[in-house]
Design a binder for this molecule. Structure first.
Ligand SMILES: [Zn+2]
Length: 376
């Protein structure tokens, strides 16, 4: 038997792996940080034998409630990821799986590899609609990529979408794949119409270092990028520094920041109700966006989500709040579940890469519903 996490976004420590009935594991913390929850490893075992994997430090992870009613994902071919029996006793997360083949991968959610990220950028660049802009470099020396879709001009509205500030929230980049698939389809009517008056600025991965390192929440040096938007620095958070600088150059008329939520089994958005400049007009516009998305897909809902910030109480270090205030524009954090959408559950796969892609495509229709009124 062998367990390894020595690959792109791998994360596990092996305490003991001698007996298939009692495999003892623990999740590594993000570098220079106490956050941990993302795991991703390969088990080489014995076909036909049940393997019982105990993640013994799950109870002290960043979001212990995230393990309640949670099922780990597994894959034999690294393409199809299915859910496997998983239990949490308040302390230890236990995954039980009888192997059909000799080896299997396990993860917190369907991984989105750095290789796939690079393929996505180069694929997008092939489109005549898309310009690939290099914004700068991360602390580990990776490139910060921006995709500009549509012909840039002063008069057009600027719609920004960023994803995966928290690298363990891999569903965010699957979402971006779906969004880009639609934005780069030159026969999509809503997109053709949108691009007459709007330009899209998409950052598919805000945190490539954390993604490759197998982090949950932080960059290479343990910094939570979604708390850096008040004063990003080249030393601590170059990822945010470069993106905010580009936003200052273009302006922003609408902003979506794409995430995954460990606890809630729903898709939802969090608005900027608590920022100083929030007003009735922005509230009405935001409600129209949400109503449009509810009408488009049963995967989205507005009943469950975060508590709404009281007026003036917003955390201004958070991207969607900072951007809403800086550019006086409509801005949301969009959250997808690690578990499933409890309104439309799928026991075999749970919330998945495919469903994240579909939601990314559907969001274009909701943007289309409000785009003419962003500055009305
Ligand atoms: Zn997040």
């Amino acid at each position: 038997m062998l367990i390894t996490a020595q690959f792109d976004s791998g994360n596990i420590d092996i305490l003991e792996a001698a007996d298939p009935e009692n495999i003892r594991l623990s999740i590594r913390k993000d570098n220079q940080s106490d956050f941990y929850q993302w795991f991703h490893f390969k088990l080489y075992g014995e076909a036909g034998v049940e393997h019982v994997m105990h993640i013994e430090n799950a109870g002290h992870s960043a979001y212990p409630d995230g393990w309640k009613d949670y099922y780990a994902v597994a894959s034999y071919d690294r393409d199809v990821w299915f859910r496997v029996p998983t239990e949490f006793d308040g302390k230890t997360l236990t995954i039980r799986h009888e192997l059909d083949q000799e080896s299997c991968y396990y993860a917190y959610f369907t991984p989105y590899s750095y290789e796939r990220h690079q393929d996505l950028i180069q694929w997008a660049q092939q489109s005549t609609l898309c310009e690939h802009v290099l914004l700068g470099q991360t602390l580990d020396g990776r490139d910060m990529n921006l995709l500009v879709i549509g012909e840039q001009s002063e008069e057009k509205q600027k719609i920004w979408v960023t994803a995966r500030q928290h690298p363990g929230e891999s569903m965010a980049e699957w979402f971006i794949e779906g969004l880009l698939g639609r934005l780069l389809d030159d026969e999509d009517g809503a997109v053709r119409k949108l691009l007459q008056n709007n330009v899209f600025y998409v950052v598919p991965n805000m945190n490539p270092d954390g993604s490759l390192r197998g982090h949950l929440r932080t960059n290479a040096i343990g910094v939570n990028l979604n708390r850096e938007w008040e004063q990003p620095s080249l030393e601590q958070s170059p990822e945010v520094y470069h993106v905010l600088k580009a936003m200052d150059q273009t302006g922003v008329d609408m902003y979506l920041d794409i995430h995954g939520d460990e606890n809630l089994p729903y898709n939802f958005v969090a608005g900027a109700e608590g920022v100083p400049s929030y007003n009735e007009q922005m509230d009405a516009l935001g409600n129209r966006f949400k109503a449009a998305l509810v009408a488009i897909t049963p995967e989205f809902q507005t009943e469950f989500g975060y508590d709404v910030d009281a007026p003036g109480e917003a955390n201004m270090t958070v991207a969607s709040n900072a951007v809403a205030e800086r550019f006086q524009c409509l801005a949301f954090t969009l959250e997808m579940p690690f578990k499933d959408n409890a309104n439309l559950p799928d026991a075999d796969f749970g919330w998945s890469a495919n469903r994240s892609q579909q939601l990314g495509a559907d969001v274009i229709s909701a943007i289309y519903a409000v785009a003419d009124d962003l500055r009305a």
